[in-house]
Every structure is written in structure tokens, then in C-alpha cells.
Write a protein that binds this ligand. Structure first.
Ligand code: SF4
Length: 367
């Protein structure tokens, strides 16, 4: 059972061929952390992210060399590429010409408005989606002066000012918005407030959230709070970790909200004094294997034969280990008993058999 979520109807914008907003599923995106100038390393990471389910990828363009590399990256990337721009508009213009599908700017950091106007016009000509990325740490001085601190009201005012500016001055609407802070509650409140005032799609995320565990918690709290209220069209779980982890966390959030699933759901017992098998190792192996499977499936990894099948009878298929032996069960009923060494290969074999019998469970696309 999952919560009933009524998603807010936002307008649809396009990042290349990926629709964001409206009835589109909540899109999952990430950002590379390789040196963009290293085309091979960046493309390798993009491919790993794509395999994990990433739908749109952002890359930093710190200098001319990075923009030069962008051309090859865009050409070879299996998913639309967004350039992340700070301060220098000439790099932005070159990035647009290199074929990017989107650009992320924080307009308040542009000192020269004429340059900003030129960049927006070039984006408009090539239908490049612009994300107005408001960040609590870099609000423009006029707004900061008014509110004293970068509070949600200040962030919303800044975002609305820029949104209206681009719409009115440039008649361009392929835009999405983010309002990020490193504090999850401030972030959530900013998005909530903004969403009441605009129907432009929102890119959710907490910025500078930290490492895998603290970052996952901060992002999950903000993103879950908002998605439960129907707010949010695309998410980036920002982590100080391998960006591929961001994709796994993003899909875990969406899966647990009943919004989207990609990889199998794995239930596992925490183990107790009855456990007679190295369950942590077993779990890790199942988890790693399942990351390569795109299917709607519930698997269980349990620590003892006596209680495991009963405690995990909601699983489509599960394993439980005992002293030197293991069992495989289907909906709580034991179907095979094998030696411990054969447990995992037999389990994977049974899952593949199950998926052949239930092809409707396979996700052929991520949407
Ligand atoms: S399945 Fe067995 S080992 Fe795991 S928590 Fe339950 S009783 Fe303990």
C-alpha cells in the first residue's frame, strides 16, 4: 500500500526529448563529478548513470576547454545534457552552440544583464531549456537587502522576479525552477511557497546535502515532504558520493511513494541471534545483482529458515539461510532447498524464470 498522491498539474517543458512536468513521471537526474575536459571519463560516468536509470545529466563547464569537450559529450551521451553555468555567459553561449539540451543558471550571479539577455535569446533560438537555479547561498543583493537572510520568502521572490523577467522580456517559457538550500526544511518551504504562485515545473533537491547517509536523509525528507504534497517534477538527490548512488536513492524515494519503480524492492531482516548465515554479505550480493534488473519485483533476503519465509511472505521470491543450507521461497512457500554455496546462483536462476513467466513485470523503459 502506498500514499495517494495527487500531483500538481504543472506545464510541460522539454529538455531535449525528455518531457518534464504535466503528466510526465517524476524525472530522475544527476550531475557528473568528473573533469568535463576528460571526455572519456565523463562519458563513462554518464553511461553508468544512464544504466542506473538517470534520464537527464548535468555537467559543469568551468572553462573553455570544458566547453570544447562538451560537443563530443553531447554527441555521444545517451541522455540529454545540461550545462551548469556560473558567472561567465560567453561559456554559456558556446555550450548552447555545442548542442546542450538545457542550461542551469543562477541569474542573480550575472553582473551584466546584457550578457544574460543575449544568453536567453540564444537559448530561445535553439529551444534550450533554462533552469532558474536559485540557491540560498548566492541570492542577489537587492533581495538579500530586503529580507536580511536568505529565507524561503527571499528565495521565492528572487525566483519569481527572474521567471517573470524571462517571460516578459524574452517571451520564452521553456523554463524550470529550483530553490535550493542546504537546510531541508528551508528548501521544502521555499518550493511549497513557490508552487502556490506558479505552474512552472520544479526541479527538487537539497544542495550541499553531504555524504551518502546524511545526504540521503536530508534529501529524502525534503523531497518526500514535497512529493507527498504533489509538488515536484524532476529530482536530483545531491550527495557527496558516486553520483550513481544519487540515482539509486532517487528511485528508492519514488518507489516508496508509489510514484515510480525501476529496480526490485528488497526486503531483508536485520538479523538476530537465530541467524546462522553471513546475511550482510548475502544481502549485498543480491542488492548488487538486482541493480542490473529493471523489473517490478519484491525480493527477500532473510536470516533463518524457520522464520524467514513467514516473515517475508509478501515477497515474490526470497531466500533464507541456515547452517550450510539455504531455501528459496515464493510468496512464503518453500520451493527449493539447496546447499549454501548454491543458494545465490539458484536464487538468481529462479528470479529469471519468474520474470520469463511474468514479462509484464519487466520495465522496458524507465517511464
Ligand atoms: S528472519 Fe530469522 S534471523 Fe532474521 S530477524 Fe527474523 S528470526 Fe531473526
Amino acid at each position: 500500500m502506498y500514499p495517494k498522491i495527487k500531483r500538481k498539474k504543472t506545464r510541460v517543458v522539454w529538455v531535449g526529448n525528455v518531457g518534464i512536468g504535466g503528466d510526465n513521471p517524476v524525472r530522475v537526474q544527476s550531475m557528473t563529478n568528473t573533469d568535463t575536459r576528460d571526455v572519456k571519463a565523463t562519458l563513462d560516468q554518464i553511461h553508468r548513470l544512464y544504466e542506473a536509470g538517470c534520464e537527464v545529466i548535468r555537467v559543469a563547464i568551468p572553462d573553455e576547454k570544458a566547453v570544447k569537450a562538451l560537443k563530443d559529450i553531447v554527441k555521444e551521451s545517451p541522455i540529454p545534457v545540461i550545462a551548469d553555468l556560473h558567472f561567465y555567459t560567453s561559456l554559456g553561449e558556446k555550450a548552447v552552440k555545442a548542442g546542450i539540451a538545457g542550461i542551469r543558471i543562477n541569474p542573480g550571479t550575472f553582473k551584466n544583464k546584457k550578457n544574460l539577455d543575449r544568453l536567453i535569446e540564444i537559448c530561445k533560438e535553439r529551444k534550450v531549456c533554462i533552469r532558474i537555479g536559485i540557491n540560498a547561498g548566492s541570492l542577489e543583493s537587492a533581495v538579500l537587502k530586503k529580507y536580511k537572510i536568505p529565507c524561503p520568502k527571499a528565495m521565492v521572490e528572487s525566483a519569481l522576479n527572474w521567471l517573470n523577467y524571462i517571460i516578459e522580456k524574452h517571451d520564452y517559457q521553456n523554463l524550470k525552477i529550483s530553490l535550493k538550500s542546504s537546510n531541508w526544511w528551508e528548501t521544502a518551504k521555499s518550493y511549497e511557497m513557490f508552487s502556490k504562485k506558479s505552474d512552472f515545473p520544479l526541479h527538487l533537491g537539497v544542495t550541499e546535502a553531504g555524504g551518502l547517509i546524511p545526504g540521503t536523509i536530508k534529501n529524502t525528507m525534503a523531497i518526500t515532504y514535497l512529493l507527498l504534497k504533489g509538488i515536484g517534477d524532476t529530482i536530483r538527490v545531491s550527495l557527496t558520493a558516486d553520483p550513481v548512488e544519487e540515482i539509486y536513492v532517487a528511485f528508492e524515494i519514488l518507489k516508496n511513494l508509489g510514484l515510480r519503480s525501476l529496480h526490485p524492492d528488497i526486503i531483508a531482516c536485520p538479523t538476530c541471534g537465530r541467524c546462522e548465515i553471513d546475511l550482510m554479505k548475502l544481502y549485498k550480493e543480491v542488492e548488487n545483482w538486482a541493480k542490473n534488473i529493471k523489473a517490478d519485483l519484491k525480493l527477500a533476503v532473510m536470516g533463518c529458515i524457520v522464520n524467514g519465509p513467514g516473515e517475508a511472505k509478501m515477497a515474490d521470491l526470497g531466500i533464507a539461510g541456515g547452517k550450510g543450507v539455504g531455501i528459496i521461497f515464493k510468496k512464503g512457500k518453500i520451493i527449493r532447498k539447496v546447499s549454501e554455496k548454491d543458494l545465490l546462483p539458484t536464487f538468481f536462476e529462479e528470479i529469471e524464470k519468474f520474470l520469463k513467466e511474468h514479462p509484464e513485470r519487466l520495465h522496458l523503459t524507465t517511464s
